[in-house]
Design a protein around this ligand. Structure first.
Ligand SMILES: Nc1nc2c(c(=O)[nH]1)N[C@H]1C(S)=C(S)[C@@H](COP(=O)(O)OP(=O)(O)OC[C@H]3O[C@@H](n4cnc5c(=O)[nH]c(N)nc54)[C@H](O)[C@@H]3O)O[C@H]1N2
Ligand SMILES: Nc1nc2c(c(=O)[nH]1)N[C@H]1C(S)=C(S)[C@@H](COP(=O)(O)OP(=O)(O)OC[C@H]3O[C@@H](n4cnc5c(=O)[nH]c(N)nc54)[C@H](O)[C@@H]3O)O[C@H]1N2
Ligand code: SF4
Ligand SMILES: [Mo]
Length: 763
């Protein structure tokens, strides 16, 4: 499948950048913004981005500094692009859908679909038609409600959420799904940080990060593992720069020498713009994909051996004794390591690891930050557990300047979970819902994203409602997933912009256009705001500032409230109408259902918002034993057979998840093409494949099915030996649905075994 995608022949390659986020970045953001909308709207969005009473950046989940220390332009190039992609002046109208059939739209690229602009009115594709046509809100919601009421069981319905959805809308969605009778609440987390939640819940008793921005600023040694902050969390570089300024060090662990990890030019400082910037990584470990479990097992053994050599000086015995269990079992297994295997798995030398050990021994506080490079691997959960072991050995959990920092993706993905968007939400949450609203929520777990696809495939699920996101492009095994989606009786999406999930749809399909976070949201004459929770558990308000893209748009809250009333009937115990009229009423309920949200409305009135407590930081480990758990993880890594490479699918600098903003990846020096695969020149030599030649990427899997992503261009790139990197979502077709991380069920998007097959007749 390669729909209307970029011709690879346009590819231009320049040297990868060794620094990130300097002056040109600001220029690029403005260029994109002005290509989407007027200078006035651009100015309005940018002046309000991340300010008190302003728009929370719809980009990543990196926290804002305290408002007292926040400069006027506290946003990054990518944040500016994301908000102006939403603020665009382009519109998708009913005439547009008259001109383009669904089949024709399905031939267009993801880029093209997004560039058409904001959706403006509800549309329906009926089962006997190949066109979307206008439908009134009342009729659209009646149609949905009738379908829901006609299902044989509530579990035939799936309610997907993407992490841009506000706390208020997320709370209503899960309330509606559970009152209707199902826990089928798959979300983008299932493809994202699920492995982090699984590993941390089990070992620390909490699924969220344990550090604050202040901890980062004052940390002695920060690990940045499997993460590309220069592109995906640009303002994290400011925090790393500050930590370095305070004397901290950074170790980066990545198969690619990512620009932001190497050097950072802070656009908010004149010195940053003009000078050489700050070197970020003091040590760069160019690891093979999937080698991180081996690395941390090795580091843990080195620490145990250092303790043997100088007893009582290396480990934090007090912490281990008071707060943890299973240390002995862990230590016994840790000593069984084979250095040959470690070397094969990581591609790193023992000397490099000993150097890291010495840095650790010289540091009173250590933070480990990580993202998709770890979570999207088969043994991702075990890897993160091993990192928790690593932190606990020296008491780097729950003390200032130290801790575990899974760096979240979508701006409110963490908040959505807090609000109960989780197919396996704890029983205590369900009990609170029951106490507050007087209905008995279903107890059995629902389906996550991968299981939802399986359920659609075999007819157990027939109804799909997506609240934001782009399910068919975010999920693995594109051909299989598309088939699953097309088998549904009805698919509906509450969306701001057109995407593939509108063109790969069920028999009947609905597009329900909604306000974005930057749009002014007025209910009953009163301006409303919504709230979000960032990666460091800070909750704050976001105010829409722009004139909405069309008069016909409804807010997510309004759509969900109206749908619930139509589906479930009026019920005084769940006052949907009140919720729609005034979001304070939703927050009052959140205060009573969700732990730590007491007095929500009053507390969120503070422009700084408030921080949710992390029990770990007061020595409260909510595991069955009441203690943090040392885990024993079997040695595992990704070995590609001869002639094969381990492919990771990742983001370019110019995309937001499933949506490319341009065919470039500026920091990596790739221009005008996305169907490219980056491979180490020595591997290309061994494989007998020439730089810039045309290849198909073919993945192999136990099921014997050959999955193929045709027509890629090879780019010789300083990637770790034995690895390859290509962009998501073009490569999702290669990830088998059954290739998932143990425990978390997250697709292994960073660990796909592939071969490069030269395209006949081309070189
Ligand atoms: N501009 C922009 N910002 C974004 C997004 C976006 O699409 N565009 N998406 C947002 C979302 S939802 C998320 S989840 C985050 C994602 O943020 P990241 O996790 O930074 O995103 P990826 O591009 O998937 O990059 C993964 C990184 O892991 C490395 N890696 C791959 N395999 C391995 C491995 O086995 N071991 C190690 N140590 N490293 C490995 C890759 O080389 C790459 O640097 O970004 C968020 N921010
Ligand atoms: N191969 C591979 N696959 C991956 C990944 C990978 O690294 N490799 N990463 C995974 C990760 S980490 C994630 S998080 C998922 C992302 O998966 P999703 O969150 O499902 O995808 P997005 O591309 O963020 O969704 C974009 C769409 O959201 C809609 N939208 C944007 N803003 C709003 C809003 O305010 N309200 C509403 N209602 N709609 C809105 C727009 O219509 C837009 O087209 O993809 C996953 N898939
Ligand atoms: S770092 Fe993330 S949240 Fe901050 S401005 Fe950039 S994209 Fe937005
Ligand atoms: Mo994500």
């Amino acid at each position: 499948m390669s729909r209307g995608e970029d011709p690879v022949d346009d590819l231009k390659v320049t040297a990868p950048k060794t620094w990130a986020t300097g002056a040109p970045a600001v220029g690029h953001a403005l260029q994109y913004s002005l290509s989407q909308t007027s200078p006035r709207r651009t100015a309005l969005t940018l002046l309000n981005l991340n300010q008190g009473k302003g728009i929370d950046c719809p980009g990543c989940a990196w926290p804002d500094p305290d408002p007292k220390h926040r400069p006027m332009n506290e946003y990054c190039e990518n944040g500016a692009k994301h908000v102006n992609d939403e603020a665009t002046s382009r519109r998708v109208t009913r005439e547009f859908f008259q001109q383009h059939s669904v089949s024709e739209l399905d031939e267009k690229s993801d880029y093209w679909l997004n560039q058409q602009g904001r959706l403006t009115e509800p549309m329906v594709k009926r089962s006997d038609s190949d066109f979307y046509e206008p439908i009134s809100w009342d009729d659209a919601l009646d149609l949905l409600a009738a379908e829901l009421r006609a299902l044989n069981s509530p579990n035939e319905a799936l309610f997907y959420t993407s992490g841009r959805v506000s706390n208020e809308a997320a709370f209503l969605l899960q309330l509606f799904a559970r009152a209707y009778g199902t826990n089928n609440l798959p979300d983008c987390s299932n493809m994202c940080h699920e492995s982090s939640g699984s590993a941390m819940q089990e070992t620390l008793g909490v699924g969220k990060g344990t550090v604050s921005l202040d901890d980062l600023h004052h940390c002695d040694l920060i690990f940045v593992i499997g993460q590309n902050p220069g592109t995906n969390h640009p303002r994290m570089l400011t925090a790393l720069e500050r930590a370095k300024h305070n004397g901290g060090e950074v170790v980066a662990v990545n198969p690619l020498p990512e620009a932001g990890l190497m050097r950072f030019k802070n656009p908010q400082k004149v010195r940053g713009v003009l000078g050489r910037g700050t070197a970020i990584a003091d040590q760069f470990l160019q690891i093979r994909p999937g080698g991180d479990l081996a690395l941390f097992k090795a580091l843990n053994l080195l620490l145990l051996e250092a303790e043997d050599a100088a007893p009582g000086t290396v480990l934090d015995h007090e912490f281990i004794r008071t707060h943890t269990t299973r240390f002995k079992e862990f230590a016994r297994q840790a000593r069984e390591l084979s250095w040959d295997e470690v070397h094969a798995a990581t591609g790193l030398t023992r000397a490099e690891m000993e150097q890291v050990r010495d840095r650790v021994l010289a540091s009173n506080s250590v933070i480990a930050c990580w993202a998709m490079g770890l979570t999207q691997q088969k043994h991702g959960v075990a890897t993160i557990r091993e990192i928790v072991n690593f932190l606990m050995l020296r008491g780097n959990i729950g003390k200032p300047g130290a801790g575990a920092c899974p760096v979240r993706g979508h701006s409110n993905v963490q908040g959505d979970r807090t609000m109960g968007i989780w197919e396996r939400v704890p029983q205590s949450f369900l009990d609170s819902l029951e106490a507050e609203f007087g209905f008995a929520p279903p107890k059995e777990h629902g389906w996550d994203s991968v299981d939802s696809i399986r359920a659609m495939l075999d007819g157990r699920a027939r109804f799909f409602l997506g609240v934001a996101g782009n399910f068919v492009r975010a999920t693995p095994d594109s051909e299989v997933t598309e088939k699953a989606m097309r088998q549904c009786r009805l698919t509906a999406h509450i969306s701001t912009k057109l995407n593939r999930s509108h063109t790969v749809c069920g028999e009947t399909a609905l597009i329900l256009p909604t306000l974005g976070r930057s749009d002014r949201d007025v209910q009953g004459g009163v301006e409303q705001f919504v709230t979000v929770e960032d990666s460091m558990s800070m909750v704050h308000a976001s105010f829409g500032r722009l004139e909405p893209a069309s008069e016909a748009l409804l807010s997510e809250v309004a759509i969900l409230s109206r749908l619930a009333r139509r589906t479930l009937g009026e019920d005084p115990a769940i006052p949907w109408e009140e919720f729609e009229a005034n979001y304070d009423a939703i927050r009052d309920r959140i205060s009573r259902v969700v732990p730590d949200f007491e007095d929500f409305n009053r507390r969120v009135a503070d422009p700084a918002g408030f921080t949710l407590p992390n029990p770990v930081n007061s020595g409260d480990f909510r595991t069955p034993s009441g203690k943090a758990v040392f885990s024993s993880n079997d040695f595992e890594w990704l070995a590609a057979p001869d002639g094969y490479l381990v492919l990771q699918s990742l983001r370019s600098h110019d995309q937001w998840n499933t949506i490319p903003y341009a065919n470039d990846d500026r920091y990596r020096g790739i221009h005008d093409a996305r169907r490219v695969v980056m491979v180490n020149p020595a591997d290309l030599d061994e494989l007998g494949i020439a730089d810039r030649s045309a290849v198909d990427l073919v993945s192999v899997w136990h099921d014997g099915v050959e999955r193929r992503a045709p027509n890629f261009r090879v780019v010789a790139y300083p990637a770790a030996r034995g690895s390859a990197a290509a962009y998501y979502p073009e490569t999702n077709v290669l990830v088998p649905l059954d290739s998932v991380a143990d425990v978390s069920n997250t697709p292994t998007s960073k660990g796909v075994i592939v071969r490069l097959e030269p395209v006949a007749g081309q070189d």
